[in-house]
Design a protein around this ligand. Structure first.
Ligand code: NAD
Ligand code: MG
Length: 390
């Protein structure tokens, strides 16, 4: 059997490293074309050599010399900067992991879709800002997008063999983050340190704070809408403190198919890597008797206003996802910098949406990269002036 050609964007991050772990376990099956990273040149060089990649790209142009030195004599080509990332994504492969964090993941992902093949999408931000553009690009080039976010992989698995017209609801679970049991009135005093610890797992600071505020879940609801093209009113969120049921799909005969699995992103990554088959994966086998209880409770929208905002964005559509992410990122930066409080993050995003979304130009505009860039900038500027006012 010929080897599968693969590229990994965001290889040095958490998802990238889990992907590499799986690839290395069955290395003879793969031919690695491109790997990309950012600041962590030592890691990028080490992985590029171990995976015998054709090219290693750092997003940071100032790190080109360091990458070149680290890979001297290895036979791995080196490149740096955004244009180089896109050029690397244009190299034909069968499977691409999109695991860059943030808006920077959009263009390499779009480029990868242009050679057909499969895009395993961890970069949720690109679906939230430009879902229609990604999906139409995939369609135009006969490419496939597979979900890597655990909830979306769970929905995807619960949908196997089913007809979308029989789906009544898609239920995304949420752990509730650091403040799920805090009295509501104390949330306004939440500090950056207390928001940065997750009850169930260790992740980067930004996504951990986004879990405490449920802005991460808000992005995932919009991601669900874009990925599966389900109507916003069919998308629900439920609190599930154990985070073992990743998502559920409810059908028109009353059945609910739930996906239960360990807290290990290698499950969702592996499913996207081997799809449509299942292959053995090195993840924990859950001991249900030991777990003994799975709890579910309603999401309190007063505690988690981000969920209501996500529904507003889904209803509006168009470029509203780009406004949402721009405002949310500005709010998160300002909270981390101590400029605004925890509950003010959602107030800021709500005010920016209120100010910008009634302008139907943002909803009706064509979803081009230029329009997205401009919209993101307008959203960020509005957010900044809000922060400067308070
Ligand atoms: P991370 O911060 O650990 O890694 C991010 C990667 O992107 C690194 O390789 C970094 O070098 C690269 N990068 C950062 N800024 C860049 C830029 N401007 N241009 C190019 N590359 C850049 O992030 P992660 O946790 O691996 O998450 C990656 C994506 O997957 C995110 O969109 C995240 O929301 C999503 N995701 C992560 C998890 C998780 O458990 N970590 C779960 C679901 C979805
Ligand atoms: Mg998730």
């Amino acid at each position: 059997m010929s080897k599968r050609r693969i590229s990994i964007f965001g290889a040095t991050g958490s998802i990238g490293q889990s992907t590499i772990d799986l690839i290395k376990r069955d290395f003879d099956a793969y031919d690695v074309v491109a790997v990309s990273g950012g600041q962590n040149i030592a890691q990028l060089a080490k992985d590029a050599i171990a995976l015998r990649a054709d090219v290693a790209v750092t997003a940071d142009e100032s790190k080109l010399a360091a990458l070149r030195a680290a890979l001297a004599g290895s036979g791995v080509d080196v490149a740096a900067g955004q244009a180089a990332l896109i050029e690397a994504a244009a190299r034909p492969v069968d499977w691409t992991m999109s695991a860059i964090v943030g808006a920077a993941g959009l263009e390499p992902g779009l480029e990868a879709l242009k050679h057909g093949g499969t895009l395993a999408l961890a970069n949720k931000e690109s679906l939230v800002t430009a879902g229609k553009l990604l999906m139409s690009t995939a369609k135009a080039h006969g490419a496939r997008v597979l979900p890597v976010d655990s909830e979306h992989s769970a929905v995807f698995q619960a949908l196997v063999g089913e007809d979308m017209s029989t789906v009544e609801r898609v239920i995304i679970t949420a752990s509730g983050g650091a403040f799920r049991d805090w009295p509501l009135e104390t949330l306004k005093d939440a500090t950056v340190a207390s928001a940065s610890t997750h009850p169930n797992w260790n992740m980067g600071q930004r996504i951990t704070i986004d879990s405490a505020s449920m802005f991460n879940k808000a992005l995932e609801l919009i991601e669900t809408r874009e990925f599966f093209d389900v109507a916003p009113e069919k998308i629900e969120t439920i609190m599930h403190p154990q985070s073992l049921v990743h998502a559920l799909v409810g059908y028109n005969d009353g059945a609910i198919m739930a996906h239960v699995g360990p807290h290990d992103m290698r499950h969702a990554i592996g499913y996207a890597l081997h799809w449509p088959e299942r292959q053995h994966l090195p993840v924990e086998r859950l001991d249900l008797a030991k777990i003994s209880q799975l709890e579910f409770r309603e999401v309190d929208l007063a505690r988690y206003p981000a969920i209501g905002l996500a529904h507003e964005v889904m209803q509006r559509g168009g470029l509203s996802g780009a406004v949402f992410i721009a405002a949310k990122d500005a709010a998160l930066d300002a909270f981390i910098d101590g400029r605004i409080g925890f509950v003010q993050m959602a107030e800021l995003v709500a005010d920016v949406l209120d100010a910008l979304l009634p302008d139907s130009g943002l909803i009706d505009a064509t979803m081009s990269l230029d329009n997205l860039r401009q919209t993101t900038q307008i959203g960020a500027e509005h957010a900044q002036s809000w922060i400067d006012r308070v």
